[in-house]
Write a protein that binds this ligand. Sequence first.
Ligand code: GLC
Ligand code: CA
Length: 478
Amino acid sequence: MAPRDAAEGATRWWKRTTVYQIYPRSFADQNGDGVGDLRGVIGKLDYLAWLGVETLWLSPFWESPQADFGYDVSDHYAIAPEYGTFDDFRALVRAAHARGMKIVFDMVLNHTSERHPWFLDARASRDAPRRDFYIWRDGKKPHGKAPPNNWRSMLGGSGWHWDEASGQWYFASFLGFQPDLNYRNPKVKAAMLDVVRFWLREGVDGLRLDIFNAIFKDPSFGDNPFSWRPAPTEDDPHGYFQRHVHTIDHPDTIAFARELRRVVDEFRDPERFLVGEVFGDARTLRRYCGEAADGLHLVFLFQTLRTRLSGPAVRALVEELEREFPEPFSPTYVFGNHDRPRFIHRVDESPEKAKLLATLQLTVRGVPFIYYGEEIGMENHSIPLHEGLDPIAARFGWVPSFLVPAFRARGILLNRDECRAPMQWDGSRHAGFCPETARPWLPVHPRARGTNVGAQRDDPRSLLRCYRALLALRRELA
Ligand code: GLC
Ligand code: CA
């Protein structure tokens, strides 16, 4: 066994840390093609150090057709050219570490892109060498033209997709172009654990695990039982009129959390951490951390995204998370991410109320996750569904526009472009995200002229300065 690190006994660094999520495409464009890149992030490290965050989680930047902007990986070992090169990645890790900061990767274990060489091979024929890397089944008899069972994707609708050429169905927990890997095939598990080890060896300090709750499916392939729940919510992932017992939170997935932990624990000095994207109530999610705290280090507790922001409701939330995640566990406090409406709207766009919420997030026991731009109060960019680049927008294109705000109010973005607008650095034409002559991949928010880093940096009463003061306090006292 590897020697335990010296910090044993003292509070582990990943419990004291603050995480800042960067959506690389939208953070800073260094080469002027309108798309954020790794060199852009490097250029902003001094800002992030000034702000006082420690851990940077970057959404995926691997080789990908970008149909889901990187959450559809086609090569886990190569960096997408629009984001940079392998040298840029190494330079980023070096530059972050030199400032005492950490880098967390977004690991999409559950699925690949349909353009990943494994899937191209798998779909070539029924006896292709990598066929069994994915989940294939015959359709229902007599003709096989109906899906094998009633399993739904996380977005509603059947999770099964028909492959005409081989006459079978494959399963996808998310969108059809993101086929789920078959973790019951030991080769798949080994290959993906190799990916994990590869990046940890490169010096990555932690991994955020994309839709981790979906990794294992039940080998019985039985129907999911009926339920009256129309739609999933933050504290209950079941919905679309079924309980997803065979596809979500499978006991084998919980066991896999511990297996993954053992892999990550092979790396010490510093210790690395895992944070799982899982959905449900706090008690259920604690299971991913292991009875003996030997599973995932952290899980997102998305109920923080929706709690009513009244004194009693917030108090009840903190009490619940304290109860369910006592030491040695640690809760997480998340108010936004690249899938969700920006939190400033929950506090009536009031910077003063946002300061209160930041005070809670940065002083309560737990790990805070700050989504880029929250520190200046960035707002959703209202972009019509039909203009959305997000594949979810196309999926829900049928929803009439007058209903969109109702979804948004319930914490659901049908067009996730709205929360992915370019970071607002200054009051110039493209908010300093890219050169004025370039065309940003998503339009800059019209209010960027007033709401930006430059405008708030020297104003001691600004939201930005409040975040900075709180982060300094946290570093001092945590
Ligand atoms: C996660 C990501 C989301 C992505 C999906 C499929 O929920 O946060 O952005 O589209 O998984 O990978
Ligand atoms: Ca660029």
